[in-house]
Design a binder for this molecule. Structure first.
Ligand SMILES: Cc1ncc(C[n+]2csc(CCOP(=O)(O)OP(=O)(O)O)c2C)c(N)n1
Ligand SMILES: [Mg+2]
Length: 618
């Protein structure tokens, strides 16, 4: 028994696999493969005894055993008729299941879990409405490359296509929003399908894989074999860079005078933050981040330029406009990052390192394509130790811009300025919190003013921009890192899209601090209407928001309200001192806008609002 007495599943060892071989004994091998040190040889003997035996079980139990074999710690789900046999086997399986209060909550929680743990998030939903409730989350995970395994119940095989009760063509509906999907037609195939699903979700560019299981496939019996090899000839992601291409990039770097790295979430997925820093320092190349990439490079590093894009810093955006060599590492040139493509990086040779070849050249013509895992490519680049270009003048120019045009706002201590609020949260958490956000102005302020110095601390919905994401994502993030301080920064609008998950937070006593940036508006919509629709605030102002403090209290969650900077600091201090969930309702300055801003259709160099940032310095 390990110290502390907790039983853990062992990872497979080469010896074990050799013992198991490719014959009957490997069936069920892992079921006997328990856990405690001194029990090890006993378990091995049991496996020997089982050699040649074939044990049958129903599909529901196969699913549970497969999840155990994959070391799944937590499942997020919601039961219903089509998945009752699965829930029955889950009942005494020992796997921790979180009953969210809506399937959308389950899938966003699984995304938060995947983002922080680096492991796939697992979801179960029933057929029909249960399954259609996860469509937004699947799209979100697909856009942001998050590994998920999503099981949906389906009506029994013999009634598929008859508009049976709670039937929906989930595979059809989700085809374009999953990395891959299966419908189980033969219970004997189930273990192989689950094994492949985990492989596909987590390798190459990660993504969600859906397994639709007709009810009869969970009650019929078959032989469970989880030790089979994965054989997918059509799916062989390239993870190692092409050496010739690497040489081309080394050469380009040595000649560049104004290089810049644009680093995306691919760096985080590849756990390549250290390599990115080493490479940037070795070659003296400044780094800008995409929204999703934040934390991949330390925000307080002198080579860091900030976030690029629609609400990026002046320096990051101008660096992308002025650079002569642009090295994209694991970003997909999203339109929110590039602005008008016609004037994006107009003077640059573009190199792009991406594990997904479909991303390279998709939006921006690319001279040096490198299909590779970001970590492998960076390791190779560091190893090559190419001669750095003469970047001294460029770095000095960027330093000047950083000093001259930093992010800024006019503070007012009689109100809660949302930017100030984020700064206080940053200060009180020493910049070490896991921050999840919803979508809107508060999301952009969090990205701008919470300086992420470490990877895997930032959980936000980037590609799809899903309101309702932030609160359930915090549940998954906290379960992935129990000891971390988790702050969920949400808008008063988006919070109301998934607030039912307060119930889960209270039930599990997750010490999440829920920060509502309450501007009594769909703030980002209001900002666009102010700037581009002549202040015609069509359906974006919500002066009659509910009393969020009372609402939290109804869920048995402590809550505070603040209307000035001092009150904000006080209630935040109180909240962080408590080891329980706390909801904080901040009535912030309602007419505040996010700046700088690249207006739609404009180039990055045409940002507005820089002046405002400048004025804030005076
Ligand atoms: C599900 C969904 N519906 C609509 C939108 C469009 N949208 C983007 S930001 C925003 C306003 C969000 O308001 P709030 O949650 O209060 O955040 P704020 O911008 O005020 O910080 C809206 C409606 C969206 N992103 N997601
Ligand atoms: Mg709002």
């Amino acid at each position: 028994m390990k110290k502390g007495g907790t039983a853990e599943r062992k990872p497979f060892r080469p010896f074990d696999l050799a013992l198991a071989g490719r014959n009957g004994v490997k069936r069920f091998f892992h079921c006997f493969y328990k856990i405690e040190e001194e029990g090890w040889s006993m378990e091995k003997m049991k496996v020997e005894e089982k050699r040649g035996q074939k044990t049958k079980m129903n599909g529901a139990l196969m699913l549970i055993e497969a999840l155990k074999a994959e070391n799944v710690e937590v499942i997020f789900g919601y039961p219903g008729g089509a998945v009752l046999p699965i829930y029955d086997k889950l009942y005494d399986s020992g796997i921790f299941h979180v009953l969210t209060r809506h399937e959308q909550g389950a899938i966003h929680a699984a995304e938060g879990y995947a983002r922080i743990s680096g492991k796939p998030g697992v979801v179960i939903a029933t057929s029909g409405p249960g399954a259609t409730n996860i469509v937004t989350g699947l799209t979100d995970a697909m856009m942001d490359s998050l590994p998920l395994i999503v099981f949906t119940g389906q009506v029994a095989s013999n009634v598929i296509g008859s508009d049976a009760f709670q039937e929906a063509d989930v595979v059809g509906i989700t085809m374009p929003i999953t990395k891959h999907s299966y419908q189980v037609r033969d219970v004997q195939e189930l273990p192989k399908i689950i094994k492949e699903a985990f492989h596909i979700a987590t390798t190459g560019r990660p993504g969600p894989v859906l397994i639709d299981i007709p009810k009869d496939m969970t009650t019929l019996e078959g032989e469970f074999d989880y030790e089979q090899d994965i054989h997918l000839p059509g799916y062989q992601p390239t993870t190692q860079p092409n050496h010739l291409q690497i040489r081309k990039l080394v050469e380009a770097v040595s000649q560049a005078k104004k290089p810049v790295i644009l680093a995306g979430a691919g760096v985080l997925h590849a756990n390549a933050s250290q390599e990115l820093q080493r490479y940037a320092e070795q070659q003296k190349i400044p780094v800008a981040h995409t929204l999703l990439g934040l934390g991949g490079f330390p925000a307080d590093h002198p080579l860091f330029l900030g976030m690029a894009g629609m609400h990026g810093t002046y320096t990051a955006n101008m660096a992308l406009y002025e650079c002569d060599l642009l090295i994209n590492i694991g970003a997909r040139f999203d339109d929110r990052v590039t602005g008008n493509l016609k004037c994006f990086a107009p003077k640059a040779v573009v190199a792009h390192i991406d594990i997904d070849p479909a991303e390279i050249g998709k939006n921006v013509p690319t001279k040096i394509p490198i299909v590779s895992d970001a970590k492998e490519a960076l390791k190779e680049l560091i190893h090559q130790e190419g001669k750095p270009g003469d970047t001294a003048a460029w770095l000095a120019q960027l330093e000047g811009w950083k000093r001259e045009f930093p992010l800024g706002y006019k503070n007012d201590t009689h109100a809660v300025k949302p930017q100030k609020l984020i700064e206080i949260i940053y200060e009180l958490t020493n910049g070490e919190a896991i921050v999840t956000t919803d979508v809107g102005q508060h999301q952009m302020w969090a990205a701008q003013y919470y300086k992420f110095n470490q990877p895997h601390r930032w959980v936000t919905s980037g590609g799809l921009g899903t309101m309702g994401f932030g609160l359930p994502a915090a549940i998954g993030a906290q379960l992935a890192n129990r000891g971390a301080t988790v702050v969920s920064i949400v808008g008063d609008g988006g919070f109301q899209m998934t607030l039912q998950e307060l119930s889960v937070i209270q039930e599990l006593n997750l010490p999440i601090k829920i920060v509502i940036v309450n501007n009594q508006a769909l703030g980002m919509v209001r900002q666009w209407q102010e700037l581009f629709y002549e202040k015609r605030y069509s359906h974006s102002l919500i002066p009659n928001q509910p009393d969020f403090v009372k609402l939290a209290e109804a869920y048995n969650i402590k809550a505070f309200r603040a209307k000035t900077e001092e009150e904000a600091r006080t209630v935040l201090q109180q909240a962080f001192a408590l080891k329980e969930p706390v909801l904080l309702d901040f009535h912030v300055a309602a007419d505040e806008n996010v700046y700088p801003m690249v207006a739609p259709g404009k180039g990055l160099h045409e940002m507005v609002g820089v002046k405002l940032c400048e004025e804030s310095l005076q």
